[in-house]
Design a protein around this ligand. Structure first.
Ligand SMILES: C[S@@+](CC[C@H](N)C(=O)[O-])C[C@H]1O[C@@H](n2cnc3c(N)ncnc32)[C@H](O)[C@@H]1O
Length: 285
């Protein structure tokens, strides 16, 4: 897709706020037999979530967030949100859809936690520049329709010395190699020189649907896939601490493996890239 074909941001935002209003994870909650938002039901969901993504504890240093101003972008069922607030952080949540915001505010009120979520887009965030010590965005920024723009906004919102943990989808995971090996190899070895070469990497509907679908089976409106080289360009203003791939689905070559064993391959061909980055320079430097 070229810049000229790119849908209007307003259209993407509208589609996103409708699509994600039903919490991501709802299908799974249904499979777990969860029918309400009771404390017990949410605990069941959260226990499943951290067991299914065990590496989250490695990538999100919850304990370090105590006493810090933390912004989470893209809230879904609010599992990570609650954990951040329970760590003793001053929690702020931002999501384009109303459903996830309501869910997180329910969790904050019920747990008497120091936190609040608001509805809005990271592309036009309702916060002052330089106001956060930490930003956490798991599986969100690649859905905004402007991943590079969202990464720039996160930089603006961080204090100098502030850190971010951003998870985005890997354009060179085993899933991409299985569906289009030559194209994926080319992409793996491509070395973009500037942001113009990678500004929009939206996936086709079929690829998007392999990652996120709603209860009707529709694919997420927008999903960009990126390589580590592309991320290095997008994170130009930051100091990159680590880019680590994780996660293996239940599809393709890894079907035969138990999840705990399959996850070991995540470091090489995982579906997701966990990016730990630090804002080392102020915007004006
Ligand atoms: C795949 S879910 C991830 C939720 C959660 N982090 C998780 O891991 O379960 C993506 C979330 O990003 C939110 N989102 C999409 N575009 C956004 C934007 N422009 N600004 C803020 N949030 C956005 C969606 O509403 C949705 O809740």
């Amino acid at each position: 897709m070229t810049q000229n074909d790119k849908p209007l941001q307003e259209t993407v935002d509208k589609k996103n706020s409708e699509f994600w209003d039903t919490l991501c994870g709802s299908q799974l909650a249904e499979q777990l037999g969860i029918k309400d938002d009771s404390e017990q039901s949410l605990k069941k969901f959260d226990d499943w979530y951290f067991e299914f993504y065990p590496y989250l504890y490695t990538h999100i240093p919850f304990a370090e967030m105590a006493g810090k101003r933390v912004l989470e972008i893209g809230l879904g069922y609010g599992t990570v949100s609650q954990k951040i607030a329970e760590s003793g952080a001053e929690y702020h949540g931002l999501d384009i859809a109303a459903g996830p915001v309501d869910m997180v505010n329910l969790r904050m009120q019920r747990g008497e936690l120091n936190g609040k979520a608001v509805q809005g887009s990271i592309l036009e965030p309702p916060f002052d520049a330089g106001s956060f010590d930490w930003v956490v965005a798991i599986g969100c920024l690649h859905h905004t329709g402007d991943l590079a723009g969202a990464i720039d906004q996160v930089h603006r919102l961080l204090k100098t010395g502030g850190e971010a943990m951003i998870m985005v989808y890997n354009a060179c995971s085993y899933r991409q190699f299985q569906s289009s090996p030559i194209q994926t190899l080319k992409r793996l070895y491509s070395r973009p020189k500037g942001i113009e070469e990678i500004r929009n990497t939206d996936g086709a509907e079929k690829s998007r649907g392999a990652y996120d679908t709603n209860t009707d089976g529709d694919a997420a409106p927008q999903t960009e896939f990126v390589t580590k080289s592309e991320l290095s360009v997008m994170f130009e203003k930051y100091s990159i601490s680590s880019l680590v791939t994780e996660n293996i689905g239940e599809d393709g070559v890894f079907r035969a493996f138990e999840r705990s064993r399959a996850l070991k391959f995540g470091k090489y061909v995982g579906l997701d890239v966990y990016c730990h980055v630090v804002k080392t320079q102020s915007e004006t430097d």
